[in-house]
Design a protein around this ligand. Sequence first.
Ligand SMILES: Cc1cc2nc3c(=O)[nH]c(=O)nc-3n(C[C@H](O)[C@H](O)[C@H](O)COP(=O)(O)O)c2cc1C
Length: 213
Amino acid sequence: MKKLFLYIMTATLLLSGCNSNQDKQTQNDMNNEVIETIMARRSIRAYKPQAVEREIMNQIVKCGINAPNGMNAQPWEVRIVDNPEFIDGCTKIFVERMKQDPRGAKMVEDPSFKNMFRNAPTVVFIAIGDSRFAQIDCGLMAQNMMLAAKSLGIGSIALGSPVDFFKSEEAAEYYNKLEFPENYTLALVLGFGYPDESPDAKPRDESKIRWIE
Ligand SMILES: Cc1cc2nc3c(=O)[nH]c(=O)nc-3n(C[C@H](O)[C@H](O)[C@H](O)COP(=O)(O)O)c2cc1C
């Protein structure tokens, strides 16, 4: 009887050990590089001065255009700018505009302010054409680029605020330099560069996720 009891106890312990090993295995499987990259990405607003190497940017943007997109319409046009004359030139006009309201003035007079793209030295402009899912496609493309960048040690930020500015008359000179086709409209701007900060994750509200039975 004692032997039987010992046998059952040993078997139970072995089985529970097996389960926890399985749990650990599952956890390890779910902690792959892609998931780590997604969870570690943050918007970066402080960058080292050097632009991202063009070869690396080409790879990042290729990851962008490999995003899923409605009916494979690829309704986007992408422009990459790392020319400081372009970045500083449009920033100069932006600064004048910002100085006209107190909140804007505070932003551009901050000693950490380097340029209007949240200080990023490399900028990607995405314009979209007239396609049913173009805005969604643009978002998916942008996230592919930002995750690819993160996986290569490069920081990024999505920027909605420069969009209206670039469509304004004041910025026309710079908008025209982007040479978007006439029926395309600027939808999103992305900044890239080597990070000079490592901000904490902003809280996410997990109650937004529900299983429905
Ligand atoms: C469509 C879009 C537009 C954004 N526009 C701006 C912007 O104009 N300026 C800015 O500082 N951040 C901008 N962000 C970054 C968000 O503030 C940021 O993603 C959000 O606070 C979550 O923080 P995280 O990216 O670090 O996780 C934008 C993000 C998205 C997706």
